[in-house]
Ligand binder design. Structure first.
Ligand code: ZN
Length: 275
């Protein structure tokens, strides 16, 4: 599953990589991972299917809100949340930030609300969406471009350095979130790919477990594979100025955050751009 675990019987480890951005108008969070509600009552909020398949390691200290508190902020300092998509492992922390506006694509919202297939009912969990009145919904963009990709700029109240980059495939309304910081770009590519070696330019490779998981979860296979090609091309051409990472890859998390994915953020660190 994770390319590190030696035995197929041993449990692989993935992470939920969220970004916290500090700007003049407060904090912006990109994805929320699992939240306090999921830790307290997994059975009540998440599907039996995914709890059995993934066996998440629920720890309160690892939730975004508790890590943000360790940095010296409060939940109400998070003014905006930009979501790559509405899957249970990205939207679980929404309820921990009751004042935040939540930004996502309309296509994603429609599909999640419709609950039209068995798998959609397992992955999209209305139990996690108590702040739906704060959702801000966007169309696919108005022809604006970011390094050759369509993008959605000018998210309501969000700093202009934060853009949504539609990367459909895993879900139809899935986006990457691009952030300009310190003269460089970060692209949180969400679940557009799962394993860092999928971005190898010469010989892209994915572990069998994660290949199967991506196939199970994809809503548009062609779009997903095409977007992986486009991300590799982006890395080949602009890798010097853009750091691309996926939500669940542990080596990418550890490279960018400079710490183990199994421990929470320790305290205030002025240079932190990731974590
Ligand atoms: Zn995910």
């Amino acid at each position: 599953m994770d390319g590190r675990t030696r035995s197929i019987l041993a449990r692989g480890r993935l992470c939920c990589h969220c970004l916290l951005l500090e700007g003049e108008r407060g904090l912006t969070l990109v994805d929320t991972g699992f939240g306090l509600g999921d830790v307290a009552d997994p059975q009540g909020r998440l599907s039996h299917f995914f709890l059995t398949l993934l066996r998440p390691d629920f720890r309160e200290e690892m939730t975004a809100v508790r890590q943000i508190e360790r940095l010296g902020f409060g939940a109400r300092d998070v003014r905006d949340i930009v979501l790559t998509h509405l899957d249970f492992d990205h939207a679980g922390g929404l309820d921990d930030f009751p004042d935040a506006r939540v930004h996502l694509l309309g296509v994603e919202c429609d599909r999640a609300l419709r609950q039209s297939s068995w798998l959609d009912r397992q992955r999209y969990r209305p139990q996690q969406w108590s702040n739906k009145q704060c959702w801000r919904i966007y169309g696919p963009g108005r022809g604006e471009r970011w390094f050759g990709f369509d993008c959605v700029r000018g998210l309501d109240g969000v700093p202009p350095e934060v853009l949504m980059v539609p990367l459909p495939g895993h879900t139809l309304g899935h986006v990457g979130v691009a952030v300009q910081a310190g003269g460089r770009w970060l692209l949180q590519a969400g679940d557009a790919y799962f394993y860092h070696r999928e971005m190898d330019l010469e010989r892209p490779w994915c572990t069998p477990g994660l290949r199967m998981y991506q196939t199970l979860m994809e809503q548009d296979r062609q779009a997903r594979l095409r977007n992986q090609d486009r991300l590799r091309a982006l890395k080949a051409e602009h890798g010097a100025e853009i750091d691309i990472f996926a939500a669940h890859d542990v080596p990418e998390f550890e490279r960018l955050s400079g710490r183990s994915a199994q421990i929470p953020e320790r305290g205030f660190a002025p240079q932190t751009a990731s974590g």
